[in-house]
Design a protein around this ligand. Structure first.
Ligand code: PEP
Ligand code: MG
Length: 577
C-alpha cells in the first residue's frame, strides 16, 4: 500500500494508463541525396495521419465538451493547411539533406521564436499551436504514440508525473475514473478540478509513475490518500466493500439536498454555495444543493483554448451561469492567472517566484484591455441573474480602487452603448494575502463583501508553497495564525456591516466547519461534491456549541493540539467533530 495526499474523494479500482509526458529526443540525422523523396513521403504521411487524428478529436470534443473546446483542435488543423510552413520543411530536407523530423523541428523553432517576438497578443498565441502541432507531427513521423487525456476511449486510472490544469480540463471524464500523480498537493488547481469533476485523485505519490506498468490493476482511495498496486483478492474484496459503503454514505447525504444549512434549533443559518470552473459545473452545484456560486474561477475559460476569449464569448458563458442559477447569487472572480496557471498565448515571462509574481489582479491592472473586456462581459451578463464581482489577490485598498476605476469605465461605456446591466452589482474581494486580512477593517469600506481564499492565505501566512508536496505537512489550515486572521476578517467585516464568505478548500473541510461556524462565517463555498458532508456537519451543531469550540481553539498553540482536542469534543448530535 502506498500513501499520498488525498486530493479528491471516492474509491476506484481499474487499469493503469500511464500518461507519458516526455517528448522523444531528436538526434540529427543526415540523409543521402536520393533519400529526399522518401523523406518527403514520410512527412506527407505524418501530415495525413495528424489531420485524421485532429478531425476525430475535434468531432469528439465538440460532442462531449462543446464547440469552444473543439476550436483548439480546429486551429491546429488550419496549420496543417499552411503551405508556407509545410513547404519550408520540405525545402530544408532537400537543401540541408536532413531527416524530416530534424527539418520540422528547425522550422517549428523558427516560427515559435518569430511569433513569440510579436506585439499582437493574438499572433503571439499562434506559437503555442505551432509547437503543439509540431509535437504531433514529430510523434507521427517517428511512429510514437502521442497521448492526450481527451483521446482515452476505455475506462482507466491515469498515472502521471504531474497533470497541468489544462490536462485535467481536457480529460474524458467518462473514461478517466481516477488519477494518481507523483507530484501535486490538495490545493493545486488540478486537485481542485478533480474534486469539481467528481474524479477520485491521490497526488504527491513520489515516483509512482515509474513503479507501474500500463495495464496494472490499481486501487485509488481518494478518501484516505491510499494507492494499492496489483492488489490481491483480499484487498480487492475489501475495497469493493468500501466502495459500496461509500456510495451508501453519499446516497444518505443526498437526502439533505433541499434542507437549509442551519445549526440545530435553527439558531444560525449560513449560506452553502459552490466553487465552479465552467458553466456546466452549475449542474453538479445544483444537484448537491448549492444555494448559489461562491467562486466561479473564470481563468479556466481562458486557459483551455488557443487565444483570448472575446467579450461576446465571455458574455455568453457568464450569462449561461446567471440563467442556470437564476435568483441564486453567483460570484464571478475576475481573471486569476499566474502562479500555477498560465496562458499559452499571453506573454508571461518566467518568474523566480510565480506565486509572488505578476498574478491575478496585478496582471489585470497591467493588461487593462483584457480586464475591461472581462468586466464588460460580466456586467452585461448581470442583467440575466444575480451576479457579483470578486477581485483576486488584493493586497490593499488602492488595488481595489484601481480595479473599480476600470469597472466604472466599463459601466459608463455600456451605459452609453445602451446595454442593460445591474447598476448595483455587489463588488467584493478575495482575502488571500495576509496584508489584506490584517487591514480588513480599513478595506471593508471599499467592498460589499469578503471571501477568504485560504488556499493562498495559508501558503502566504505560513510561507509554505501550496504546490510543494515535500512540505505539505506544514500546510496547516488549523494553524493558530490562520485561525486568528480568519477571525479578524470576519469581525472586521461584521463591524462594517458587510459579510464574509470563504471559498478556499478549508470551507469544504468538515473538521474545520464547526470552528468557522463559531467564528461567524456567513457563507461556505466549496467543490459541489463537498456540500452534503459540510451541510451535515453544520446541521449537527448548535450555534452556541460552535462558538464555544471556536473560542476554545483560538487559545490553543498548535494545530496538533487543536486536532486532538476536536476529536474528543463531540457535536450536539453525538458525533465527534
Ligand atoms: C484560494 O486561494 O483560496 C482560492 C480559492 O483561489 P485559488 O485556489 O484559485 O488560488
Ligand atoms: Mg487564490
Amino acid at each position: 500500500m502506498l500513501k499520498g495526499i488525498a486530493a479528491s474523494p471516492g474509491i476506484e479500482i481499474g487499469k493503469v494508463f500511464i500518461l507519458e509526458q516526455q517528448q522523444p529526443e531528436l538526434r540529427m540525422s543526415s540523409i543521402a541525396g536520393d533519400e529526399v523523396e522518401k523523406e518527403h513521403a514520410r512527412f506527407d504521411n505524418a501530415i495525413a495521419v495528424s489531420r485524421q487524428q485532429l478531425e476525430e478529436i475535434a468531432a469528439k470534443t465538440e460532442t462531449e465538451l462543446g464547440k469552444d473546446k473543439a476550436d483548439i483542435f480546429r486551429a491546429h488543423l488550419m496549420i496543417l493547411d499552411d503551405a508556407l510552413f509545410l513547404n519550408e520543411v520540405r525545402e530544408r530536407v532537400r537543401s540541408r539533406l536532413i531527416a524530416a523530423e530534424n527539418a520540422l523541428s528547425q522550422v517549428v523553432e523558427k516560427y515559435v521564436a518569430m511569433f513569440e517576438g510579436m506585439e499582437d497578443e493574438y499572433i503571439k498565441a499562434r506559437s503555442a499551436d505551432i509547437r503543439d502541432i509540431g509535437d504531433r507531427l514529430t510523434a507521427n513521423l517517428l511512429g510514437v504514440q502521442r497521448q492526450s487525456l481527451a483521446d482515452i476511449d476505455e475506462e482507466v486510472i491515469v498515472v502521471a508525473r504531474d497533470l497541468s490544469p489544462s490536462d485535467t480540463a481536457q480529460m474524458n471524464k467518462q473514461m478517466v475514473r481516477a488519477f494518481v500523480t507523483d507530484i501535486g498537493s490538495r490545493t493545486a488547481h488540478t486537485a481542485i478540478m478533480a474534486r469539481s469533476l467528481g474524479i477520485p485523485a491521490v497526488v504527491g505519490m513520489g515516483d509512482i509513475s515509474r513503479q507501474v506498468l500500463d495495464g496494472d490493476t490499481i486501487i485509488v482511495d481518494g478518501n484516505d490518500g491510499q494507492v494499492i498496486l496489483n492488489p490481491d483478492a483480499l484487498a480487492l474484496d475489501h475495497y469493493r466493500q468500501l466502495q459500496r459503503e461509500y456510495q451508501c454514505y453519499l446516497d444518505g447525504l443526498c437526502q439533505l439536498r433541499d434542507c437549509a444549512c442551519e445549526t440545530t434549533c435553527r439558531q444560525r443559518r449560513v449560506e452553502i454555495v459552490a466553487n465552479i470552473g465552467k458553466p456546466k459545473d452549475c449542474q453538479a452545484a445544483l444537484e448537491n444543493g448549492a444555494e448559489g456560486i461562491g467562486l466561479y474561477r473564470t481563468e479556466f475559460f481562458y486557459m483551455d483554448r488557443p487565444d483570448l476569449p472575446d467579450e461576446e464569448e465571455q458574455f455568453e458563458a457568464y450569462k449561461a451561469v446567471a440563467q442556470t442559477m437564476s435568483s441564486r447569487p453567483v460570484i464571478i472572480r475576475t481573471l486569476d492567472i499566474g502562479g500555477d496557471k498560465k496562458l499559452p498565448y499571453l506573454d508571461m515571462p518566467d518568474e523566480m517566484n510565480p506565486f509572488l509574481g505578476c498574478r491575478a489582479i496585478r496582471l489585470c491592472l497591467d493588461h487593462r484591455d483584457i480586464f475591461k473586456t472581462q468586466l464588460r462581459a460580466i456586467l452585461r451578463a448581470s442583467h440575466y441573474g444575480t451576479l457579483r464581482i470578486m477581485y483576486p489577490m488584493i493586497s490593499g485598498a488602492s488595488e481595489i480602487r484601481q480595479a473599480n476605476c476600470v469597472l466604472d469605465e466599463a459601466k459608463e461605456e455600456l451605459e452609453q452603448e445602451g446595454f442593460p446591466f445591474d447598476r448595483g452589482i455587489q463588488v467584493g474581494i478575495m482575502v488571500e494575502i495576509p496584508s489584506a486580512a490584517v487591514t480588513a477593517d480599513l478595506i471593508a469600506k471599499e467592498v460589499d463583501f469578503f471571501s477568504i481564499g485560504t488556499n493562498d492565505l495559508i501558503q502566504y501566512t505560513l510561507a509554505v508553497d501550496r504546490m510543494n508536496e515535500r512540505i505539505s505537512h506544514l500546510y496547516e489550515p488549523l494553524h493558530p495564525a490562520v485561525l486568528r486572521l480568519i477571525k479578524h476578517v470576519i469581525d472586521a467585516s461584521h463591524r462594517a456591516g458587510k459579510w464574509t464568505g470563504m471559498c478556499g478548500e478549508m470551507a469544504g473541510d468538515v473538521v474545520a466547519a464547526p470552528i468557522l461556524l463559531g467564528l461567524g462565517l456567513d457563507e461556505f463555498s466549496m467543490s459541489p461534491g463537498s456540500i452534503p458532508r459540510v451541510k451535515q456537519a453544520i446541521r449537527s451543531f448548535s450555534y452556541q456549541k460552535a462558538q464555544e469550540i471556536a473560542e476554545r481553539v483560538l487559545q490553543m498553540e498548535s494545530p496538533e493540539e487543536i486536532r486532538s482536542w476536536l476529536q474528543t469534543y463531540g457535536s450536539d448530535s453525538g458525533q465527534s467533530a
